[in-house]
Design a protein around this ligand. Sequence first.
Ligand SMILES: Cc1cc2nc3c(=O)[nH]c(=O)nc-3n(C[C@H](O)[C@H](O)[C@H](O)COP(=O)(O)O)c2cc1C
Length: 364
Amino acid sequence: MTSINLQSVAAEVRSREGLRVGAVVLASRYLVSPLAGYTNLAFRRLVRGLGGVGLATTDLVNARALIEKRPKTLKMVESHEDDRPFSVQIFGSEPWVMRDAAQMLQGMGVDLIDINMGCPVEHVTKNGAGASMMCAPEQTVKLAQSVVDAVKIPVTIKMRLGWDATQITAPRFARDFEQVGVKSVMIHGRTREQGFRGTVDREGIRKVVEAVESIPVIANGDMRNVEDVARMFVETGCRGVSIGRGALANPWLFSQLVQWEATGSFESGKGFDEWMDVLVRQFKFLCEQHGDESGVIAFRKTIAWYLKAMRVYPSQRDLAQRAQNGREFYEVVEQIKTTGPMTGDRNRLPELNIPVPGGPNAHW
Ligand SMILES: Cc1cc2nc3c(=O)[nH]c(=O)nc-3n(C[C@H](O)[C@H](O)[C@H](O)COP(=O)(O)O)c2cc1C
């Protein structure tokens, strides 16, 4: 891998125009990717509060469940004044359902709508209709158009490079989506067949950047630090980047990126105490939305992951898991803060890892 000069890439990125998606001007070119089960309102408020985020999106929302106003789905699209600009990611295959969902979201004051295209040829392959492949793009593009035409707010699309290495459809789709009024596309630089295996194909992302006329292409995949982002800018020509797992592993990454863009350098990672503060803040946001007792339950999966990654003693992790309300939770937090991590340096935590689903995934 060629080495990268962080100072000169920062200067080049700094000289560019800011990132706009349709009429929405973003505060930075650094976006948070949706991670179902993680990028909920509490996490979005947390990461935005740490600075540097240009845009954050909900987890994947089922458009039909939304128009049927199912309570769990309505909860997923709740937002807050700190959570702006706010994008909701929807999926569905019926144009009228997607259109109605988009109009409903617009009515609720959402700033942007993101369509999850997962892999745009999936439904054809699922039906075994390989020979009708040429029909699928039309349906897919029409679906996007029906959403675009139904609302005034910008519509964006997130997709992968294509079905597999022999069917890289993203450049063509990106161009077609632009023609029907989609305002930005985000590309996860892997194929559907790859799942989360291998590494992101930056050359593949570059081809999408080259395929569109003027809309911003946002690159996504495998960026964990400033250097990965700088490399993505250089090797793909993308206008912005979107970060998923790296945002959980280091929620300060966005403010580091903004600092790097402005100055060429940035402050390094945070230690145990800052992580504990982050955890408490996220818990508070969760309780604000769901109430104390539901907040504790909703936080269990996240807390298990955080505390293990932070090398907290198993007995204290167990106590945190068993807390029944806010008071019990804060008591454990105080104990954990006093004890610190089992091993390693309190000021430098090891990198946190996020589990990925095995095998191909229809949407992500
Ligand atoms: C646990 C998990 C949940 C995800 N949920 C979604 C989702 O709801 N919608 C979506 O478009 N992508 C989803 N993705 C894909 C991510 O947005 C992103 O494209 C992928 O993780 C690659 O980026 P990263 O390396 O920065 O994480 C998910 C990925 C993971 C690991």
